[in-house]
Write a protein that binds this ligand. Structure first.
Ligand code: GLY
Length: 421
């Protein structure tokens, strides 16, 4: 099977590493990829958000399967274009990708499917903002209704900060979604979905705030770990049966059945799981940890999802133990990141018990330099969460990037049994 992965982040680097281990994958390409992905797959140029550009490349490469990593091409219909060209594609149609592309659409689907989620209101004029804020909070949850790479959300007990964020979004012409605050620890559950067939992967937890102790602004994700020692074993089945399957069935009922990876972001409160958000693709950085523990061939799972045969494939098998991803971010991220700095210490040695995955990197005059906000994801695996953390942080100690920062507490609250449901 000849596979083309679309995207350029550490998530796509993780997908490429896992696909490389699948003996059925005979040729592996990535576009546009990055400097790290180029060590494991043939990297080609592409306009990732253009259906014709992706289709032309897939045809030139003789791809049997195209795997689309990021949400923007999916929301813009690139998977539809690939399928229309007769090539199998892992990723939902534009119609189904609205589950991420429009929070208002996702709320409507959840209401129809009877899925628990936060109460919400859309505000689209500044005149309505103050009165709407009075009906919510504290704590206020203020979101961009469209795609915002995780940075469109402000969760705050400070009304003026909530107002400022809402006003800024409205000034940019973006409708604002106000939500009631969902209490409880968060879980990211990734499910392979092919119509009404739902196959969960390992549950993970993301760390969205930039600073240790969950301080500072939200980011695209500063680290993640899997599995979740504090999550009761039955909860994954509850989420599949009460959240993901009803939503998948509702999308089928609307004529826009989902094919690909449906990411349920949930808060586990006193009354059980409630949905914080849905995404239409693998999450970043949780994927880097989840795929580190996957033993089954990834190509077979993705291809079965893409070709409507997921129900016939054995459920995924997982390595024992735990995995932790720690993101190394450029100076000033999640604001405008400083880029162009030389990165050293990313080369693997045989003793390494952690992998260095690339995101915002590029080769300039033979040197590896930073090229984005989230620069690297370091993934440690181990017999338990403490060992996985130790491996990840030992590997980070060898990496040098001027001005960079990372959280030192990824997975720590779980190791110290400070999370309960
Ligand atoms: N981990 C957050 C996201 O992928 O959206």
């Amino acid at each position: 099977m000849r596979v083309l992965v679309i995207g350029s982040g550490a998530r796509e680097h993780a997908l490429v590493l896992a696909l490389r281990k699948d003996p059925a994958v005979t040729a592996l390409f990535a576009a546009p990829g990055n400097a790290g992905i180029a060590q494991h797959a043939e990297v080609r140029a592409v306009e990732a958000s253009s259906g014709p550009s992706v289709v032309a490349l897939a045809q030139e490469l003789g791809a049997d399967l195209v795997v689309i990593g990021p949400e923007v091409p999916l929301v813009l219909g690139v998977a539809d274009a690939v399928r229309a060209a007769g090539i199998a594609c892992f990723g939902p149609s534009a119609a189904a990708a609205r589950i991420e592309g429009s929070k208002a659409f996702a709320k409507d689907v959840m209401a129809a499917a009877g899925v628990r989620t936060a109460h919400s209101e859309i505000v689209d004029t500044p005149a309505d903002l103050d009165a709407a804020l009075d009906r919510f909070g504290p704590t206020w949850v203020v979101k961009d209704d469209g795609l915002a790479a995780g940075k469109g959300v402000v969760v705050t007990a400070d009304r003026s900060a909530a107002r400022d964020h809402g006003a800024e979004l409205l000034e940019q012409g973006h409708p604002v979604l106000l939500e009631s605050f969902l209490d409880g620890p968060e879980v990211s559950l990734f499910c392979l979905v092919d119509g009404e067939t739902v196959v969960p992967l390992l549950p993970a937890q993301d760390h969205k705030r930039v600073g240790d102790g969950d301080t500072g602004p939200n980011t695209g994700g500063m680290g993640a770990y899997t599995p979740l020692p504090w999550l009761p074993a039955a909860t994954v089945d509850v989420i599949v049966d009460e959240v993901v399957k009803p939503v998948a069935a509702e999308l089928v009922r609307r004529g826009s059945g989902f094919s690909g990876l449906l990411y349920a972001g949930l808060a586990i409160g006193a009354q059980g799981p409630a949905v914080v958000e849905f995404n239409c693709r693998f999450g970043d950085p949780e994927t880097q940890a989840v795929l580190a523990l996957l033993e089954s061939p990834l190509g077979e799972l993705l291809n079965a999802t893409a070709t409507g045969t997921l129900a016939q494939v054995a459920p995924p098998r997982w390595q024992d133990g735990a995995a932790v991803t720690v993101v190394i971010a450029a100076e000033n991220y999640p604001g405008r990141p400083r880029i162009g700095d030389v990165i050293s210490g990313t080369e693997d040695t045989v003793q390494d018990e952690a992998a260095v995955l690339h995101a915002g990197t590029e080769l300039r005059d033979g040197s590896l330099v930073s090229a984005g906000g989230r620069v690297l994801s370091v993934v440690g695996a181990g017999a338990d969460l403490a060992a996985a953390r130790a491996n990840a942080y030992a590997r980070i100690a060898r990496i040098k990037l001027t001005g960079s920062h990372f959280r030192t507490d990824i997975g720590l609250a779980a190791v110290e049994s400070r999370i309960s449901v």
